[in-house]
Every structure is written in C-alpha cells, then in structure tokens.
Design a protein around this ligand. Structure first.
Ligand code: 4AD
Ligand code: MG
Length: 431
C-alpha cells in the first residue's frame, strides 16, 4: 500500500507512489485527460488522470465528480515547474469517498453576506484558508515570545462579576441568581497573578457589546495580555515594541506564501523593525489638526483621527499620555500632570487603527478608590482587586493586543470579520 501523506509533504516523495485524501476543488478535462485540483487543508495539488490507465467506468466517475466531493487518490509524485507548488500527481488509483451535493460556493465572486452565511464552508476557500493559516502562525508566535521572555501563561476567567473597560459594552447573563458579565479583558486578573508569578500573560476570548457596525469591531475577539510586576510605563512601551517586531517578523518568515495569496505587500511588513515612533497624545492632536482633522481638547481619538496620525509613519506608532478622562479607572496618573495618564496605544500603519492598548496601573489605593467612585463603579465588586494594592503594592504595567485587529493589518484585509473563523458581529450569531 502506498503511504498516505498530506499534500504539503509531496516534496519528500518525488518519484514515489503515495496516497492523498482530500476534496475536489476544481476540475478540467480534455478528452483523454482529467486535471483534478485536490485540496486537503495543507495545500492544493493538480492530479492528472490519463484515460489509458483506467477502465471506462472509473474514468467517467472522475468526469462526473462534483466540486467538494471527497476522494482518495493514489499516484506518483512528479516535479512540475508550471505548478504553483512545484509538483503534481500522476494518478494510478482513484476512489470517491463521498460525492458532494451541489456546492453553494462556486469559484466565482459572491456577495459578502452570502459568504458569511456560509462561513462554515467558505473557510475551505483559498483566501480564508490563507488568513487562518497566518492566524495560526501568529498565535504560535505570541505564545513563543512570552514563553521565551519568562512570562507565565495564567488564564483569566470568562464569566466575571466586574467591568474592566466600562459598563456600556457588557454582555450579561444570569448566574444562579447573580448577574455575570462576559469578560472584556483579563487585565484585572493579571494584576493579582503578576504578584504571584512576577511576569504573566493571559490569552483568551473577550467580549464587547459594541452597538455599532464598524469594520474594526467584533463582539467576540481574542486578546493577549501581558502584565509584569515592577514594570513601569517606559518599559511597557519597550515590551510592546519588541513583541510586535518579533511577531511581525515571524509572520514574514513563515507565511510568505499565504501573504502572497492575499497579495499583501511583504516589504511593508519587513520594514516593521524597532524603534517605532513614540509621540504623546498632545503631539498627536497637533498632527491631526495640521492635517485638517477636527478634535476637541482632551477628546478620545476616533478611527479617522488614528488614520490621520498613522499616515505620517510607515511603522506602527506609539501614542502615550492620553487625557485621564478618556481612559479606564485603573490607569496611573502621570506624576508630572494628573490630567494625563501613563497609558499608551499602538496604532498600526495604513489606517488599520489601534492594535494595542495598555499602560501603567494605579498602585496607590486611595487614588484608585477615588477613581472607582469617579467612574461610578461599585467598590464592593473590586474588593479583591484592591488587595493588589494592600499586600505589597508595586509599580506594574501591561497591555492588551487584539489578535484580529493585528491580523487585519498583517493580512491587509479591509474588515475584521475575515480574520476570525466564525465572526460575531451585530446581528450575526450564526454559523
Ligand atoms: O484598548 P483595550 O480596550 O484595552 C484593554 O482591554 C486593556 N484592559 C488591556 C490591558 O491593558 N491588559 O483593548 C485592547 C485591544 C485594542 O487595542 C484592540 O486591538 C482590541 O483589544 N479590541 C478589539 N478588537 C476587536 N473588536 C473589538 N470590539 C475590540 N475592542 C478592543
Ligand atoms: Mg483601547
């Protein structure tokens, strides 16, 4: 029996007989020959059937094979310069596992609503496949980076009693007579765990009931959040910069073919090397106004403001020291100006928007209590969180990087919905 291999292994089997198993992606025939494009999740390969090698029935079965039928193919691996992957298979044996019903997604263009309704099938197509492969390598790079830098992976809960990022975007659910909220961020849990482990990170799904339809917002997205005891604002920016350079260069190294499928300009990603420009909020406001953008004093940035700032740079830009009033309750005040916080956002180039948000945390319990009151948050819900300041409070900082926002930029896709296998959008909970 020939060995069953995955298509991405064919280069090691040139001249040998192998079996591949997969789905018919496309097909073309010319009397004596069938050219079957077969994909198995690892790659797509052309399998050539020559009429003379088969009895009439088998050859005819192949001719009637419908798109996405599952098949087992036995044949000899040949090098072929014209093939996009450099190889093809000269078929000697052919078996239909299941003839597919008429497949709804043809190789022509479809509207995005139709594709999203069929997301469970759409993932088989070339473009979503390339994006998900990049996602896979990206997540792997995230874990490698923090592991290699001494951060311990400590998971944060999904069901929580607290709001981390404001009360307007909470999803709630009944919890045995109490109200539970789906986590908006693991940060409030990272702060105590960094006192237990020194340097930690959590990686998980986070939820925001953003009642708006934009290309940058999902209801459910994934975030990686590092947090370190004794790390202050400047080092936090250094960490964000070093981490981002690492993960982007990893994608450049390992995903060249997938980036090419997406027609992403790889040179732009190659240029993402330290140092990144760092400007203050006040400097960013100046840039925005010089470029004709309108913003009130001390207002938060919207997507259009971020785009104006990012246009000035070809690398991610770090914006620090935002107005205290636009940021979350836990941010540490700038000792030089209490109207500003030691927070930072990283804005991706080319208008892809904010990919990282973070900062140094308020470590003074009295200032923190006042901030909780000022934000109208219930003190009781934060009693455990305040313990971080009661038992050996130390300076500490961290950030959160949105996986889909970052992928949107890396892949060069216009809408966040393409960067997650099953997007949760306003008005879309299925499939
Ligand atoms: O800036 P955010 O709200 O920061 C936090 O949640 C902090 N507690 C993180 C921390 O310091 N540990 O969110 C962080 C990142 C954003 O920069 C963005 O990339 C992403 O999460 N993000 C979203 N991504 C997709 N859809 C949404 N609705 C998002 N909201 C935030
Ligand atoms: Mg933010």
């Amino acid at each position: 029996m020939p060995k069953y291999i995955r298509i991405d292994e064919v280069k090691d089997y040139v001249g040998e007989s192998v079996e591949i198993r997969g789905w018919l992606y496309n097909k073309r025939s010319s009397g004596k020959l069938h050219f079957l494009q077969v994909r198995d999740g690892s790659q797509t390969i052309q399998c050539v059937m020559f009429k003379g090698n088969f009895d009439e029935d088998t050859f005819k079965t192949a001719d009637l094979l419908s798109q996405e039928s599952s098949v087992s193919i036995v044949g000899n691996v040949k090098e072929d310069k014209r093939s996009p992957i450099g190889f093809e298979i000269d078929v000697t044996g052919f078996r239909v596992i299941c003839q597919a019903q008429e497949y709804p997604i043809s190789l022509k263009e479809h509207g995005v609503d139709f594709l999203l309704n069929n997301r469970h099938l759409w993932l088989r197509s070339k473009r979503p496949h390339a994006i998900m492969m990049i996602r896979h390598h990206f997540i792997r790079a995230v874990h490698d980076y923090f592991h290699d830098h001494g951060f311990i992976h400590v998971d944060a809960p999904i069901l929580t009693a607290n709001a981390c990022e404001g009360t307007t975007t909470l999803f709630s659910t009944e919890y045995f007579g109490e109200t539970a909220y789906l986590s908006q961020s693991g940060q409030l849990y990272n702060e105590p765990t960094c006192q237990a482990f020194g340097k930690v990170y959590c990686y998980g799904p986070t939820f925001r009931a953003e009642k708006s339809k934009t290309r940058r917002h999902l209801m459910e997205f994934w975030m990686v959040e590092p947090e370190a005891a004794f790390m202050e604002h400047a080092e936090n920016m250094d960490l964000a910069e070093d981490f981002l350079e690492f993960v982007v260069q990893r994608i450049v190294e390992r995903c060249e073919d997938h980036l090419a499928t997406l027609e992403r300009d790889i040179d732009k990603l190659r240029a993402v090397k330290k140092p990144f420009p760092r400007i203050t909020y006040d400097e960013a406001v100046k840039i925005i106004r010089e470029k004709g953008g309108r913003i009130e004093d001390d207002d938060d940035f919207g997507a259009e403001h971020e785009t104006l700032v990012s246009e000035s740079y070809d690398k991610p830009v770090i914006i620090e020291k935002y107005p205290t009033k636009v940021k979350a309750f836990y941010m540490k005040r700038d000792p030089e100006n209490p109207a500003r916080v030691l927070g930072m956002d990283v804005i991706a180039p080319d208008g892809y928007g904010e990919i990282i948000g973070g900062g140094q945390r308020e470590d003074d319990i009295d200032i923190l209590l006042k901030s909780i009151d000022d934000h109208g948050l219930p003190r009781e819900a934060f009693s455990w969180y305040l313990d971080v300041r009661k038992y050996g409070s130390v300076p500490h900082a961290g950030f959160g990087l949105g996986i889909e926002r970052t992928l949107m930029w890396l892949c060069g896709v216009h809408h966040l919905r393409e960067t997650i296998p099953f997007p949760r959008l306003m008005g879309r909970l299925s499939p």
